[in-house]
Structures are given as structure tokens and as C-alpha cells.
Write a protein that binds this ligand. Structure first.
Ligand code: ATP
Ligand code: MN
Length: 466
């Protein structure tokens, strides 16, 4: 084939007819009659296909037989105005090269079963589907927009460690990292001798970069992390992964109100970015799975999120119970809300995203700023329709005395936290931060129902294939 620069399908679909073009991609479908074959070609640049029209008199019959669903092609031809409906332009093929054959008898995507469960078992093919193409492009767009949002505001991207000795507040159960021979573990006085381990101490995969993030914020002002996070939680829910990505901004000189404003502006920016830049993918997901998706995305933009204290929220929920609403889990002052409670507040009571603040101190981490009342702390959870919590954060306790007192009260070891407590020792400042679960955001943006289906290679209990 004569050399000609390849044009991506996305660009072809937006081009004027009349030029000679080269397209490459995978066959989605082939149909037609004796004279003409219509091939839908997709290269992953967009959810839409370019239609290739092949006049059978110009091509070898054997070659056209090899053009089957899944096969990869290079097609040269003229970009012309399309006569059929559904597309503005199509390619009148003059040359077709099969780059890679695809045995139609074995191609896994021809199976009747295209459920999400089945697709998770065929990792490569799963990503080839329109649905995962849309999800992957949205995932990328959101990652890019996250960096752009913070960069435009002068935040520094801080890389916190993945292997750590810190259990970060007990945010979740940890995966241990060790090179010790598990069949022959060295002991000392009846206990595992971690001095023989790779790092000379017990280490794990991080459950949060926050504590290290605070060190960055109290040095360069405003930082954010964006990286993998690991929690060995045996909760087989559609909202939990064992390996997920988290974005954790941390800001010096922010109080809880600044923190709420940032969180709200942040999610709105991301939703707006998706609508502005990935409308085709959203429209596809909207039409195929969830016809409320685009309306739901637009609905969070125009309004102010509802701010409400935990105590007020408990009253609302208790009132609902008194009026006959049934929750699976009981709710009273002091309990941690379940997803059903969060969704009641967002979807039934307020009808918009909710930012909850001022939680009982006993259900929140040691580092949260203590309120004057002695029983609540300046925590902040952002709750979204369909999902529940997507952001958890707080203003941090800036007082050395109060922080140390709380660590002692909880029976935690100060010794292991000295490096962290230092931030309150040397020029402490009011500061705040939060964590956004990247895949929770994607659940909202894509409208997918299961968190496993917004990450290319999900890790959950008993599942680490590929
Ligand atoms: P949840 O109560 O839903 O388990 P959490 O209180 O443990 O959340 P945080 O420790 O505050 O969550 O973590 C910050 C954010 O990280 C959460 O708001 C959520 O978006 C996300 N997140 C937490 N755990 C997971 C997980 N296992 N998989 C995916 N995202 C998670
Ligand atoms: Mn959790």
C-alpha cells in the first residue's frame, strides 16, 4: 500500500469529503449484498464507526471473506458524502489490507453472553467493546481534567509512597508487603521478626496518602496526590475495590468552608469537562444503559450543594423512620451512615448533592479538627445521587496539644507518628483536605452500576486475574 498518513476515525468523521484517506481499525460489523459490502470500522478514537463501502468487483473474494468482525484492517479510499443515514461521510475503498485475521468461530465477543460479568472474564475483548471504549476515554478525560484543575490553581502534584509503614489513621485494612518466606517465617520471642524483612520493619500498601500529603501542604501550600490506593476490605459491594485510585488535595490555610468550596468547585468542573469534551461517549452510555445520565450530570452543575450537619441529618433520617420509611440499618446519633441513608438524604430528601459536616468524633479519624462542643469534629463527606459518598475529608486538627491528647485517648502510638506530629510543632497552620475516590467519580460520570466496570483491571476479593 502506498504511503499515506493515517487519519483517526474521530477526525475522519469530522472531515470534509473529497480527499484520499487512510483509515485503520477493527471491524465492528460487515453487511451488504453481492455488489457492495458495508464495513463498520472502529479504531477506539471515538465510539462512532466510519463506514467503509467496498465494491465487490474491485476486490478479491478471498480478501473480503477475511473481513470479519474483530479483524484489523488498513483501508485506503476516497472520503465521500454518505448516502445512507447515520453518518455524514464514508470511505469508498480502493485498497483493503487485512492486518490481522480474526477467526469468527473463536471470537469471544460473538457469544450471546455479553453481560458485564462475562466481559470481565475476557479482559482484552472487554476493552474492545463500545461500552468500555467510552468508559476508558472518560476515565482518561477525567484524569487529565483533574491535573488541569489543580495545575490551573497552582497546586503541586505530590507523589506519596505506595509502600509505607504508616496505617494512615486506620482508613482501611492493609495489604502487607513482605519478602519473608511465608513457609519459614523468622521469629523472635514468639513473634515475627520483621528486622529480617526487606525494609527491616513491617510494611504495607498505602490506604491513603493523606498524612504524607499534609507534610507537603505545610511546606509548599497546596498539593494534591493522584495515585493507586489499596484496601483489603472484604466488602463485596458495587462501590468498593481492593485497588482503586484516589485524589487527595491538601491545603494550608484552608478551613472547612474553604474545603467545601473547593470540593464542590472540583466535582462541578469535572462534570462540566466531561459534558464539554466527551459528549459522544456520554450520549452512548445514556442511550444504551441509563437514560437519566446526562440529565443527572447537568443537574449537579446549576445548583449549590446542600450543606447540612451530621446532627441535622440524623434528625431528618429519624423523622423519615417515624413516618414509616424502612431502612435496613438502624440510624441514631453516633452511628456511621450506610449508603441507604446517604442516598435517602440526597435523592429523596434534598434532591441534590449533600455535604455533611460535623460528625461525632468517635466515628472519624484522630486528625480531624475538634469542635468546641467536645463531641463532634470538622469532618466533611460529599454525597452524590446513585452512589452515596464520593468524597471524605476534613479540616485537620492544627493544635499540637489537642492532636496529642486525641492520639493518647485512642490508645495510638505517638512514637510512630512523630514525623507527622512535627507538622504541628514547627509553624502549625490551619489546613484541610479531602479524598475523592476516582472510580466513585467515574461511577457518577459514566452511570455504570458496578465499580468493577469503570476500571480496566478490577481487583476485588478472590479476583486478581490478568
Ligand atoms: P466508604 O465508607 O464508602 O467505605 P470511606 O469512609 O472508607 O468510604 P475514605 O477513607 O474517606 O472512605 O476515602 C476517601 C474516598 O475514597 C471515599 O469517599 C471514596 O470515594 C473512596 N473509597 C474509599 N474506599 C474505597 C474503595 N474500597 N474502593 C473505591 N473507592 C473507595
Ligand atoms: Mn471504607
Amino acid at each position: 500500500m502506498e504511503r499515506l498518513a493515517r487519519t483517526k476515525v474521530k477526525d475522519l468523521l469530522g472531515s470534509q469529503p473529497g480527499t484520499e484517506v487512510l483509515a485503520k481499525g477493527w471491524v465492528r460489523t460487515k453487511r451488504g449484498n453481492k455488489q457492495l459490502k458495508f464495513i463498520a470500522l472502529n479504531d477506539g478514537s471515538t465510539v462512532n464507526n466510519i463506514q467503509i463501502v467496498a465494491d465487490t468487483s474491485l476486490f478479491d473474494e478471498e480478501l473480503l471473506k477475511r473481513v470479519t468482525t474483530g479483524a484489523s484492517l488498513a483501508v485506503k479510499g476516497r472520503l465521500v458524502e454518505s448516502l445512507g443515514s447515520g453518518q455524514a461521510v464514508e470511505i469508498q475503498a480502493s485498497e483493503i489490507e487485512v492486518l490481522g485475521d480474526c477467526d469468527p468461530m473463536r471470537y469471544p465477543l460473538q457469544k450471546k453472553d455479553t453481560s458485564f460479568e462475562y466481559l470481565r472474564s475476557v479482559a482484552h475483548m472487554r476493552l474492545r467493546t463500545n461500552t468500555f471504549g467510552a468508559v476508558l476515554r472518560l476515565r482518561h478525560a477525567m484524569a487529565f481534567a483533574i491535573h488541569k484543575f489543580f495545575n490551573d490553581r497552582g497546586f503541586v502534584y505530590l507523589n506519596t509512597p505506595l509502600i509505607t509503614e504508616s496505617d494512615a489513621e486506620g482508613a482501611g485494612d492493609m495489604f502487607q508487603v513482605t519478602t519473608l518466606d511465608l513457609a519459614n517465617v523468622p521469629t523472635h520471642g514468639g513473634k515475627v521478626d520483621f528486622s529480617k524483612d526487606f525494609f527491616g520493619k513491617k510494611t504495607s500498601l498505602t490506604v491513603s496518602g493523606q498524612l504524607e500529603g499534609e507534610l507537603g501542604a505545610t511546606a509548599v501550600g497546596e498539593i494534591y496526590t493522584f495515585g493507586p490506593t489499596f484496601r483489603a476490605e472484604n466488602s463485596n459491594t458495587p462501590r468498593h475495590l481492593a485497588e482503586f485510585w484516589m485524589i487527595e488535595p491538601e491545603m494550608a490555610f484552608y478551613d472547612i468552608y474553604d474545603n467545601m468550596e473547593l470540593a464542590e468547585a472540583f466535582v462541578k468542573y469535572l462534570v462540566q469537562y466531561a459534558l464539554d469534551n466527551n459528549y459522544d461517549d456520554l450520549k452512548f452510555l445514556n442511550d444504551k444503559y441509563d437514560d437519566g445520565l446526562i440529565a443527572r450530570l447537568q443537574s449537579v452543575l446549576g445548583i449549590e450543594f446542600q450543606r447540612v450537619t451530621y446532627t441535622e441529618a440524623v434528625e431528618i433520617l429519624e423523622d423519615a423512620v417515624a413516618k414509616g420509611h424502612k431502612f435496613e440499618y438502624p440510624v441514631h446519633w453516633g452511628t456511621d451512615f450506610q449508603s441507604e441513608h446517604e442516598r435517602y438524604l440526597v435523592e429523596t430528601h434534598f434532591g441534590k448533592p449533600v455535604i455533611l459536616i460535623d460528625f461525632p468524633k468517635d466515628i472519624k479519624a484522630f486528625y480531624m479538627k475538634q469542635n468546641e462542643d467536645g463531641r463532634t469534629v470538622r469532618g466533611m463527606d460529599v454525597l452524590f445521587p446513585k452512589i452515596g459518598e464520593i468524597i471524605g475529608g476534613s479540616e485537620r486538627e492544627a493544635s499540637l496539644e489537642k492532636l496529642e491528647a486525641r492520639i493518647d485517648e485512642l490508645g495510638m502510638s505517638r512514637k510512630n507518628l512523630e514525623w507527622y506530629i512535627d507538622t504541628r510543632r514547627y509553624g502549625t497552620v490551619p489546613h484541610s483536605g479531602f479524598g475523592l475516590g476516582f472510580e466513585r467519580l467515574l461511577l457518577f460520570v459514566t452511570g455504570m452500576n458496578n465499580i468493577r466496570d469503570v476500571i480496566p483491571f478490577p481487583r476485588t476479593p478472590k479476583n486478581a486475574e490478568f
